[in-house]
Design a protein around this ligand. Structure first.
Ligand code: SF4
Length: 501
């Protein structure tokens, strides 16, 4: 329970003190809190009106107690972003509300946070005015800090974001004619070392929390002006409510109508997306951000619990309410966790395959040495919920003279058929970066590879690179990648593999 215990004068001292105040609140304060709960309109900021027998100034402000999985900030306040309705109710209850009031307030606050996107308790108009300062003294509505934001000429946006403890990570938004896809990071750095990927050249710093993961989606909605208050929705009479982003063009340049989208994702190469929705059934519902792909920095299945909890918030019908059919989780092939992902999260699956022989995949996706191609494809065949309507996407980065031969294409087809996989293949032209050991396949080679797979009855579109004009200023990830020599990269790769054994 007491996670915030630290040495005297240490970094978390203030928070620990604040919590201790809450946990050991006097009887009189408890009496006061009960009175406040019975009369929610009573101003909780005026404790001087209550008799506090024998108490010496200053009057302690009851703080939320510690709830499993909830860590307060240094100022003692708890960031509500990333918490479920139940967790919000629990921190409210620990802060002094009775169970019934906590549940009711949690329901209201959850709606304001995740459905309306407010960042200030004062905007929560169905919560009594007198209750709002009580909330803001104890709680906080966080977002990742934006370090840098870039917009490509094709409308792609990249953000360099920072966690509260100062670690940078990236997020990318790709607007398309019929959808807008947000590429979300799950880790700062990565445990793995796919050899074509920038992020693979970084060490894992830490997992992102559920709040930092769902916070990316919320930040994107902020930036795109897509919360119900700020987004114009068509009325039933067909008129518009004002402020329509697409009409005004205020937020984004017009996106070219690509058949599909690929960008060097926040995690570097090898990320592309498309989902298996029936295009006829597609409705953007007036929104720019319609799809999410867990293809940014990090291997999502190595941060399983936080990714699952964040995506559940994204899918919650009372909150962000994005359908699981619009969310894709991409893995490099962490076989033991794939079935669990299907059962506990249930979103679309993408697999970074990139090679069809052991030797080549061992080299470019080294996790293959641990979980081989056959094992991986069997896990795909067993993935819960996959079907022809919800196909598994295989990412395949095109590397010159490495994985792009006719024989490779035929072997890919053979494997997909052998395992009877409802599959599509995304072919991704490699976007070289300084220090990378590979070159991109020629356009002719990519076309030929694609047509072999297509002719076998498997969809294999070539992804149009997006946002390349902003890669050059891609923030610290690229810079740190460029500073490493080939020998350093090799050493890091070996270290990472050894750490996985
Ligand atoms: S798992 Fe993803 S982020 Fe990590 S090295 Fe591989 S491609 Fe890059």
């Amino acid at each position: 329970m007491f996670r915030a215990i630290n040495k005297p004068g240490g970094r978390n001292d203030q928070a620990a003190t604040a919590f201790a105040r809450g946990l050991f609140a006097s009887k009189a304060e408890n009496h006061y809190m009960r009175a406040m709960q019975q009369s929610p309109d009573l101003d909780p900021t005026l404790p001087a009106t209550m008799p506090i027998a024998g108490h010496i100034d200053p009057v302690p402000v009851p703080r939320p107690g510690l709830v499993d999985g909830v860590t307060p900030r240094e100022d003692g306040r708890v960031d509500l972003i990333g918490l479920t309705k139940k967790q919000i109710a629990a921190v409210f209850e620990t802060a002094g509300l009775d169970a019934k009031a906590a549940k009711l307030r949690a329901k209201q606050v959850f709606h304001w946070l995740y459905h309306r996107g407010v960042t200030d308790f004062e905007a929560m108009t169905d919560i009594a005015k007198t209750m709002r300062p009580w909330l803001s003294e104890r709680f906080f509505i966080g977002r990742p800090e934006i370090v840098e934001a870039q917009v490509s000429s094709d409308g792609t946006r990249k953000w360099l974001l920072r966690t509260a403890d100062g670690h940078d990570f990236e997020m990318v938004f790709i607007p398309d004619a019929d959808r807008g896809t947000l590429c979300v990071s799950s880790q700062v750095g990565c445990t793995l070392n796919c050899r074509f990927c920038h992020t693979g050249t970084m060490r894992l710093v830490r997992n992102l929390t559920p709040g930092e993961i769902v916070g990316q989606v919320m930040l994107a909605r902020d930036a795109l002006g897509e919360w119900p208050n700020s987004m114009q929705r068509p009325r039933t009479d067909g008129s518009l409510g004002g402020g329509d982003l697409r009409q005004s063009g205020a937020m984004l340049p017009e996106a070219p109508a690509f058949a599909g989208a690929q960008v060097e994702g926040a995690g570097g190469q090898g990320n592309s997306w498309d989902n298996d929705e029936d295009e006829a059934a597609y409705t953007a519902d007036g929104r720019l951000l319609t799809n999410i792909v867990m293809m940014g920095m990090g291997e999502p299945l190595y941060n399983f619990d936080n990714v699952r909890d964040a995506l559940k918030l994204v899918m919650d019908g009372d909150g962000l309410a994005l359908s699981k059919r619009r969310i894709t989780l991409s893995t490099s092939g962490i076989v033991p966790l794939m079935a669990r992902a299907g059962e506990e999260i249930g979103v679309n699956l993408a697999v970074s395959l990139h090679a069809v022989t052991k030797d080549v995949r061992d080299e470019i996706v080294p996790i293959n040495r641990k979980y081989g191609i056959e094992e991986l494809l069997q896990a795909c065949a067993d993935y819960p919920g996959s079907s022809n309507a919800r196909r598994i996407t295989f990412e395949y980065v095109m590397l010159k003279d490495k994985n792009d031969s006719d024989a490779d294409a035929r072997e890919l087809v053979r494997l997909i058929k052998q395992y009877k996989l409802p599959a599509k293949v995304n072919l991704i032209p490699f976007n070289p970066w300084e220090g990378a050991a590979y070159e991109c396949s020629t356009p002719e080679r990519i076309r030929r590879f694609s047509s072999i797979v297509f002719e076998a009855g498997i969809s294999a579109p070539v992804r149009t690179p997006r946002g390349r004009d902003i890669d050059a200023a891609c923030g610290q990830l690229k810079t740190s990648a460029e500073k490493k020599s080939r020998a350093e990269l090799d050493r890091l790769a070996e270290e990472k593999m050894a750490a996985l054994d």
